[in-house]
Every structure is written in structure tokens, then in C-alpha cells.
Design a protein around this ligand. Structure first.
Ligand SMILES: [Zn+2]
Ligand SMILES: [Zn+2]
Length: 393
């Protein structure tokens, strides 16, 4: 019984930590312990650690830690890539070691020994494609094509030059400070891929997320079938009902079967829980990015729109309060027909209430089908893209 509770607690703690770390800043978690754990994990713990190092080792110690941080977070490096390969290889190794001896089993045919390997190999291939492909680097040679592919919307993008690359900055592009280059249709710099996600490799990134979601589900379900097969092959239900006299209905049998599984196959159960949690996170991440792709927005642009909207709101509020001030001054100075203006003033809406709602006006959104095509066949891979320069002269 004790093992059971340790496993349940382990699963719950893992779930809370993972959710807090990845989703703690979401508005629904504001003011909850999840947000506080997120703050501690992403900032607080590191801050305490830095202070501790400062107290024990002095400035030299703090500087050493800060330079390690600079190397890990602000420079291109393969640390997270190696962690990804370690997690994938480790999970596959533990599944193979713990469960391949039961394949073929009652519910799974022998083919899953090979399909699982193919599934992982495709995952690694997509990882390498995303990591080592060109995200759409803007150079002097292709800048004119990118400039005509993405016109300025004059809202969040206007004509500019990259101060580092000294070339015009096409709309939707961004200079990545980690990779030190301008990237077309910049989405974000992905530490796991050690590469930017941009115009040319967004499709591989999306395929990577979707595929990893699917292989996590596949692994989790296959392990479930392995365990169900063990229950069937070892005639656990028969033993429980005949030798232990437990009633032959689901409600009375389930706790005993689960207890037996937790005792005999805890590795497989831990792997199942792990894969289920990862698949949930991947599903969330994939749906977020799928929504961006289908509305033709990027992660970078969602921040830009947020900034633009809050700036516009502030501007309009300032304008409205200036108007309200003007109106009250003119009312105070002109005291003609006080009875009429009093009624008027009563029914008139305050200029402060008339603040227009600023909404996103995404000129790059050209409908579901076009947006999807732009992800699958990026502009720069089309023959029309290379001809643009010739046409322009
Ligand atoms: Zn640049
Ligand atoms: Zn980058």
C-alpha cells in the first residue's frame, strides 16, 4: 500500500511542478500557488542561489555563475539539444528494457518493436530538420525578395534598418540576438532546437510538435496494452476471483488489479504517467502554435500586438481625459443658460467613456487556406520568390 501512495504523490508533485513551470504565467493562474511556484522556479530560486553564492564566494563566485548563465541562455549552445536527445533516448531505452520482453503479447503484435523504433527515428529526424535548417536568414542578397514578400503594415511594422546587420528590415522579421542574424517571419528563438523558428523552418517545428505528441500517446497506449496483456496472460482476474474470493465485478476487482500492477510493473506505470503528462503539454503547445499559424501570426507578433494595443489604449485614455478637462473648463467659464446645460451634462456621456476599443488588424491573415499554405510552402521556397528580384530590376 505504501508504494502505491509514494507513486501517487510522486506523480502529483511532478504534475504540479511541470504545470507551474510551463503554464504558471497564464492569466487563469494569477494569484494562485501555481503562479508563486512558477515565480520561484523561473526567478526566485535562481535569485536566492545567486545571493547564496555571493555571500559564500563573494563577487568572483557571482561573476562565474553569471558568465555560465550568459553562455547557457544568451549564446547558441547545444545543452538543451543534448537534454532532448537524452530524454528521448532514455525513455525509449527504459520502455524497451522493461516492456519489449512482453511484445508480442496478448493485445500487441510483434510489429510494435519495429514501429516504435521507426516512430522515434522520425522524431529525431524532425528534430534535426528543425535544428539545423535555415530559419530564413535575411542577407543582402535576398533582402529585396523578403521586402516584397512581406509588405509593411505601418501598424506594428514600418520601414526600418537593422542596426546590427546594416540591411533593411523586412516586415515580420527580427534580429535574433542569440544567433546574431535577421530572421524572416521570426517566431521565436528555440533553446531546445538551438535555432530560430522562422519563415523556412516553422513547418518542421510544427511537424516536430505534432509528431512528438503522437508518439507520446502511442507509447502511453502501447504500455497500457502491455499491462492489460499481462493481466490477461497471468489470469489475474481468475486468481483474484477464484483464490481470493473477490466479487467478479469491475468496482471490486479494479483496486486489486491496480495494486498488483503498481507492485509488479511500477516502471511501466511511471513511464505511462510521464508520457501522458508530456503529451498533454505538447498538445497545449501544438494547439497554441497551430492557432498562430492558421491566423498567420507569430509568437513575436502576439507580443507586438499586446504592446501596440496597450499603448493605443493609454493614448486614447489620455486624449479622452484631456477632452474632459477641456469641456469642464469651458463649462466653468461660460455660465450661460445654466438650467439647460445641467440637463445636457447629466445625459451626456463623459469623454472618458468614449474610449474606442483598439483591436488587432492583421493584414497578413489571408484566410485559413492561404495561411496554411504559407506555412507548408514558405514564400522563399517558391519559384516566384527568386523571380521577384528580376522583375524589380
Ligand atoms: Zn539583423
Ligand atoms: Zn536565434
Amino acid at each position: 500500500m505504501a508504494v502505491q501512495w509514494v507513486l501517487v504523490c510522486h506523480g502529483l508533485v511532478t504534475l504540479v511542478v511541470v504545470i507551474s513551470f510551463l503554464c504558471g504565467q497564464w492569466p487563469i493562474f494569477q494569484g494562485t500557488p501555481i503562479q508563486r511556484i512558477h515565480h520561484f522556479l523561473t526567478y526566485g530560486a535562481y535569485d536566492y542561489f545567486l545571493r547564496f553564492i555571493g555571500v559564500v564566494f563573494g563577487t568572483k563566485g557571482t561573476n562565474a555563475i553569471l558568465s555560465i548563465e550568459y553562455f547557457c541562455c544568451d549564446r547558441p549552445n547545444p545543452i538543451l539539444q543534448l537534454i532532448y536527445l537524452g530524454i528521448l533516448g532514455g525513455t525509449y531505452y527504459f520502455i524497451a528494457k522493461s516492456s519489449f520482453s512482453y511484445i508480442p503479447g496478448y493485445y500487441l503484435s510483434g510489429i510494435h518493436r519495429y514501429t516504435s523504433l521507426v516512430a522515434v527515428a522520425v522524431g529525431v529526424l524532425l528534430f534535426f530538420l528543425t535544428s539545423f535548417s535555415d530559419p530564413g536568414t535575411i542577407k543582402a542578397e535576398n533582402v529585396s525578395q523578403y521586402l516584397s514578400a512581406y509588405p509593411y503594415d505601418n501598424i506594428i511594422y514600418s520601414e526600418k534598418e537593422c542596426s546590427t546587420c546594416k540591411i533593411p528590415k523586412p516586415a515580420r522579421s527580427k534580429h535574433c540576438s542569440i544567433c546574431n542574424r535577421c530572421v524572416a517571419r521570426f517566431d521565436h528563438h528555440c533553446g531546445w532546437m538551438n535555432n530560430c523558428i522562422g519563415e523556412r523552418n516553422n513547418r518542421f517545428f510544427m511537424a516536430f510538435l505534432l509528431w512528438h505528441f503522437l508518439i507520446c500517446i502511442y507509447g502511453s497506449v502501447a504500455l497500457g496494452f502491455v499491462l492489460a496483456g499481462r493481466v490477461k496472460e497471468l489470469r489475474v482476474v481468475h486468481i483474484l476471483t477464484v483464490y481470493y474470493g473477490i466479487e467478479k465485478d469491475f468496482k471490486s476487482l479494479a483496486p486489486h488489479v491496480v495494486q498488483w500492477l503498481l507492485g509488479a510493473y511500477n516502471t511501466q506505470i511511471l513511464l505511462m504517467v510521464f508520457l501522458a503528462i508530456v503529451s498533454l503539454l505538447l498538445a497545449g503547445f501544438f494547439s497554441y502554435h497551430a492557432k498562430l499559424c492558421l491566423t498567420n501570426t507569430t509568437t513575436n507578433e502576439t507580443f507586438k500586438w499586446q504592446e501596440y494595443i496597450s499603448w493605443q489604449k493609454k493614448l486614447q485614455e489620455a486624449k479622452a481625459s484631456a477632452e474632459a478637462l477641456k469641456a469642464s473648463i469651458s463649462e466653468m467659464s461660460s455660465e450661460k443658460k445654466p438650467s439647460q446645460s445641467k440637463w445636457k451634462a447629466f445625459f451626456r456621456r463623459s469623454p472618458l467613456e468614449e474610449v474606442e476599443i483598439v483591436t488587432k488588424n492583421n493584414v497578413y491573415d489571408r484566410g485559413f487556406f492561404h495561411n496554411l499554405c504559407e506555412i507548408i510552402f514558405p514564400f522563399s521556397t517558391r519559384s516566384s520568390f527568386s523571380q521577384t528580384k528580376l522583375k524589380n530590376g
